[in-house]
Design a protein around this ligand. Structure first.
Ligand code: N7H
Length: 478
């Protein structure tokens, strides 16, 4: 039986995703607790987009697409999260302690050391000074509508808050609309959620949404429901612990502002592909694990297959287990590092999943921009019920050159896969390397290494937030 989620009470960005061509991130500090609570109660909470609303909009977009309607409906969205300091402002110092990583915070020296994050002094200066209590996510289909809703919201909150930092993420224009700034299609693989994601073939594959999309127990992403079982992914496991009943239907959000050095990345790939004697597009695909179109290397190891990349019924339907010698996809490729699929035991692989809900930011690369002149990249957002077991686990393993362990060479020697070349970080911003950029496909044993002297993805700000249920917003928190 699929679990029943209270979609009216869960914020929409968590299990479904707000509809967003533009997304404002408004980081604030509470100045006047009474005025803030009053404004939330009177003018803001009623405008929060629930998961039910977000899902209805998703279905409407699908229906319109099928009917061939062009254009986009205005579907403005609003969600709200609080940091540990924000919860203390609202509930007082005696409040219960939540997830350990959340209570540490993204800017805590222990967190940045564990994740090999750049020193905080290199972050945006707005994230260094004043306390951040929360973030509003405001979404819209165009910039003027976003600006209207953002200004309206700030007007409601008046002197109850001060704005610490505000930035607008935007999808890329035209044919790049679905792509991140390196040019790869994003938003392909997400975990399915039992009770939210409908199985495409319920009779044949009841534990799958789209082919290759495992359905997970909702407690991995929303508090108050069964999570994954530690040994059997098909059975419900225990509910993640809640330190207070009002945490039900809430979720933890990780925000990371990741700058992408696009011209430098392209130049590096060109040089290294020339050195290795391979097509730069193939080298990039081996760093990511997919081609720009989204086609997975496991299904298209030597050349892109845009029809495969664009086909949601095929582009996620693969494993790595039968690619024992990394002939098709390197062990260190981004998607293999962050979700090793059947390289790991199934139950284990599914206990470290996240729902991603980010959006690019910044302008396109300008003509003649050979060194990054404009800040651009990804406003990375993900949801989970344990920041340590989910996001932090993934980032730590992307940084760990020996993950996935136990792999062998064709001649039986052991392999150190290397860092995730996209998001992996070495301590002290040190150099990284990745094994086997050149494919030994379908056979061969040419030994190559990609030495990566600098980061092309650079963390410039981060935060850990709790996204409460709409009931908690209406009651205990206000
Ligand atoms: Fe990644 N990229 O363009 O290379 N990511 N990512 N990511 N990422 C994915 O399946 C990228 C980042 C995950 O289920 C794709 O949607 C870039 C962080 C996970 O098979 C591409 C940045 C973390 C998946 C990129 C970035 C993750 C995933 C394939 C930063 C977590 C799903 C498209 C600027 C710590 C894996 C897709 C799966 C997919 C890219 C960040 C995690 C193209 C450029 C920080 C779990």
């Amino acid at each position: 039986m699929a679990p029943m989620l209270d979609l009216d009470d869960i914020q929409g960005d968590v299990p479904v995703g707000l509809q967003k061509d533009f997304e404002g991130f408004i980081f604030f500090k509470i100045l006047d607790r009474g005025a803030f609570k009053l404004a939330l109660r009177c003018d803001v909470i009623g405008r929060i987009t629930s998961a039910r609303r977000a899902r209805a909009r998703e279905l409407e977009i699908l229906r319109r697409k099928r009917l061939g309607h062009a254009g986009r409906d205005p579907m403005p969205g609003l969600n709200l999260g609080f940091t540990k300091d924000g919860l203390t402002q609202l509930l007082g110092p005696q409040r219960p302690t939540l997830d350990p990583a959340f209570e540490r915070g993204a800017d805590d020296p222990k967190t940045t050391a564990t994740l090999h994050d750049p020193d905080r002094s290199d972050w945006l200066k707005e994230f260094l000074g004043d306390r951040i209590d929360g973030v509003f996510l405001v979404t819209a289909h165009d910039r003027p509508l976003l600006t209207f809703h953002r200004n309206q919201l700030v007007g409601f909150l008046g002197s109850g808050i001060s704005l610490i930092y505000s930035e607008i993420g935007n999808r890329r224009p035209g044919r790049e609309r679905r792509n991140e700034h390196f040019g790869f299609r994003d938003g392909i693989s997400q975990p399915g959620i039992r009770g939210v994601t409908p199985p495409l073939r319920p009779g044949v594959a009841p534990d799958e949404g789209l082919p290759g999309q495992d359905l997970l127990w909702p407690g991995e992403f929303v508090l108050g429901y069964a999570g994954q079982h530690s040994t059997d992914p098909h059975k419900p496991g225990p509910e993640p612990q809640m330190m207070a009943p009002w945490m039900r239907n809430g979720s933890f959000m990780v925000f990371r502002r990741l700058e992408q050095k696009v011209p430098e990345f392209r130049a590096f790939v060109r040089q290294q592909a020339a050195r290795l004697g391979m097509d730069p597009e193939l080298l990039m695909a081996r760093m990511v694990g997919r081609w720009k179109s989204g086609a997975p290397l496991e299904r298209a190891p030597l050349r892109d297959d845009p029809a495969l990349g664009g086909d949601d019924r095929r582009n996620n339907d693969f494993g790595f287990g039968d690619d024992e010698l990394q002939r098709r996809c390197p062990y260190a490729a981004h998607i293999r590092k962050v979700y090793p699929r059947d390289d790991l035991d199934e139950a284990e692989a599914q206990r470290h999943r996240i729902i991603r809900a980010g959006i690019p930011f910044g302008p396109e690369v300008a003509a003649g921009e050979t060194v990054t002149r404009h800040s651009r990249g990804l406003m990375f957002v993900c949801y989970q019920t344990s920041i340590e077991r989910q996001f932090e686990y993934i980032q730590r393993h992307a940084n760990d050159p020996s993950f996935v362990g136990g792999k062998r060479r064709p001649d039986g020697g052991t392999v150190t896969p290397g860092h995730d070349p996209i998001i992996g970080q070495a301590p002290g911003n040190g150099a990284r390397s990745m094994d086997e950029p050149y494919p030994n496909y379908p056979a061969g044993n040419r030994r190559t290494t990609l030495e990566i002297p600098s980061q092309f993805v650079v963390l410039t700000a981060a935060g850990y937030f709790f996204m409460p249920s709409i009931t908690a917003l209406r009651t205990v928190l206000t």
